[in-house]
Write a protein that binds this ligand. Structure first.
Ligand code: ADP
Ligand code: MG
Length: 573
């Protein structure tokens, strides 16, 4: 370990020199007394991706009590809080621009509305640390030592003091953050024993500010959620007493109602309920079973040897649907594949919205059955299989259906949205179903238990190289460059953070490197092994070049699987 005067001297010595002279800092750790700074990676020029720095504060100085991070939920919440506090301090104290390109910038991977496991911060009994990026200052390519000294000797000390020392943080806010997150885990863990798949607390604010702004709609515009009396349940929490709200039972649930009355908004909140949210989000009392998966039509996607036979049979030209492959799936075949792939990865709750479903996949009414003979229609619509998903695999479904009352026959629970408020209308819907028979024929029954869901990916289907070099790079939320391939994730709707996307690319590479993808293990087995490693060694374990990347966030196993299934070179045994 070096001391801070040595850093100052080094910077003075290289002042005015070419940018490459900064490389001298790489790998070095400098002691600042109350904390240390390590240069994990030093950028090559002022425009390149910035320098990676780890700041470590010994616990005896930082002063975080053990109970603040003693279980997984609390630790995740606390490190999330520290990340946000650090980001806030940056916008308050960091000057920003100090020369050419990224000169002067200081950044930390800032979370959105969800609280995810991230590598931006970590805590244990010895220390707390944050992994940040800085732009080492230069004019053109000439080093500006004075500016660098201002960053490391004025700004960063201020950031550390403000954001990483317990007694300087707003204690109430910090503890509330941890408690609200922990309670979401506690609530989610009660769903199963109560026979529920989702819960929406009374008073929740579900609508968002806009399609591109995930913060809550302002309180004066949003209608707060209130459970219908006979769907109201109580969940226990650790810190807020009993919480009341609407419990959605296992089985088949319909969200019905007129257009623009808030159906999709409820479903979206349920989709996101697999994650924990920050206090004030409006969804911090919305919890969903953690394996819930959004199913939608996705025409154009590739499908590799998926058994879609419960939904699709007798395709033209005798195409096999027990091992169905296509470079260009239709709306209905893509939706069927999305379901079967979710079942393969053990999803226990499917979420569907009519807005994003293929109509011919969802329903075929009596008149259409009359006109088009069953032998000429490859699709067994979802309406004829949805109850068997529950009976055979214990998989529940929640779906938004505004257009087809035929579903009343198969529903266990019907919730009607009216002016953004839910009403329980199961009895009425069943009454109507009796009064107006659909006269449609039930077309197929089950078949989910007879088929093998597991698929075994072959290692040769994964090539992380572009030319001679490994090239894996996330581009925003929805794209991963994996070697020569572009994995498209626009339609994987429960992916919420671009740092999850980045993690997915490196998780695939990790599984390949570790030999988990060996051509004998199923996709599910491979992913479970990776997640065991992450649990044991931390999310940093997936970083291909050491532990310095502060911009990973943990995706769910289901989203990693979804990405692999969308890799166009995937080969299944
Ligand atoms: P549907 O799926 O029934 O057609 P949406 O869920 O898309 O309706 O909602 C329609 C509009 O109403 C959206 O712009 C949404 O932001 C808004 N909205 C939804 N829920 C609420 C609410 N609880 N309070 C206020 N506005 C809402
Ligand atoms: Mg809708």
């Amino acid at each position: 370990m070096y001391n801070k005067d040595q850093l100052r001297n080094t910077l003075r010595k290289i002042d005015g020199k070419g940018y490459k002279a900064y490389k001298e800092l790489q790998g070095k750790e400098y002691d600042f007394g109350e904390y240390s700074i390590t240069f994990d990676y030093v950028q090559g020029d002022p425009f390149a991706s910035p320098t990676k720095v780890t700041i470590k504060v010994p616990q005896k100085i930082a002063g975080f009590k053990r109970e603040l991070y003693e279980n997984h939920a609390r630790k995740t919440a606390l490190t999330d809080y520290l990340t946000r506090a650090f980001a806030r301090a940056i916008s308050k104290y960091a000057k920003g621009n100090r020369g050419t390109g990224k000169s002067g910038m200081i950044g930390i991977d800032c979370p959105g509305q969800e609280v995810l496991v991230r590598t931006s911060a970590d805590i244990d009994d010895e220390k707390i640390l944050v992994r940040i990026v800085v732009g080492l200052p230069a004019q053109g390519r000439r080093i500006l030592a004075k500016q660098a000294i201002a960053m490391f000797f004025e700004e960063i000390p201020e950031l550390v003091k403000t954001a990483l020392i317990y007694e300087n943080l707003p204690e109430k806010e910090l503890i509330n953050h941890i408690q609200i997150v922990e309670d979401q885990e506690v609530m989610r863990n009660q769903l199963k024993e109560k026979g529920l798949v989702a819960f929406i607390g009374n008073g929740s604010i579900l609508p968002r500010r806009s399609g591109i702004d995930d913060r809550p709609m302002s309180k004066d515009k949003a209608v707060a959620f209130v459970s219908p009396p006979d769907l109201e349940v109580e969940l226990e929490t650790k810190h807020q007493g009993k919480v009341k709200g609407m419990g959605i039972p296992e089985g088949v649930t319909l969200l019905v109602g007129g257009g623009y009355h808030g159906k999709s908004t409820v479903l979206k909140a349920i989709e996101r309920g697999v994650y924990n949210h920050i206090p004030g989000d409006g969804r911090e009392r919305v919890v969903t079973v953690s394996t819930a998966f959004k199913i939608r039509a996705e025409d154009g996607r590739r499908v590799e040897k998926v058994n879609i036979s419960p939904f699709i049979n007798n395709l033209p030209h005798g195409q096999d649907t027990h091992e169905f492959s296509t470079e260009d799936a239709s709306g209905s075949t893509s939706q069927a594949a999305n379901i079967m792939e979710a079942l393969e990865l053990n999803s226990k709750l499917l979420l569907l919205d009519e807005d994003t479903s293929a109509t011919n996949f969802m329903i075929r009414d009596a008149r259409m059955q009359e006109l088009v003979a069953k032998e000429k229609e490859p699709i067994t619509p979802f309406i004829d299989q949805v109850t068997f998903l529950k009976k055979e695999l214990d998989v529940s479904t929640i779906m938004v259906i505004g257009g087809s009352g035929d579903y009343f026959d198969v529903a266990d629970c019907v919730i009607m949205m009216d002016h953004y408020l839910p009403h329980h209308v199961t009895a009425e819907a069943k009454e109507i179903a009796k009064k107006y028979a659909t006269h449609r024929r039930v077309e197929e029954s089950g078949g989910f238990t007879d088929i093998k869901l597991d698929r075994i990916p072959l290692p040769q289907g994964f090539n992380p190289k572009k030319g001679r070099k490994v090239k894996i790079k996330a581009r925003g939320l929805h794209h991963i460059q994996f070697g020569m391939e572009d994995i498209k994730l626009e339609f994987v709707e429960q992916l919420v953070d671009k740092s999850q996307t980045k993690a997915i690319g490196d998780i695939i590479y990790y599984a390949l490197n570790k030999g988990y993808l060996d051509g004998n293990r199923s996709l599910f087995e491979v992913l479970k092994m990776v997640y065991q490693d992450i649990e044991q060694y931390g999310l940093e374990v997936i970083a291909p070049f050491g532990n310095s990347d502060g911009d990973y966030a943990l995706p769910r196993l289901l989203e990693v699987g979804a990405a692999i299934n969308r890799l166009r070179t995937l080969q299944i045994k």
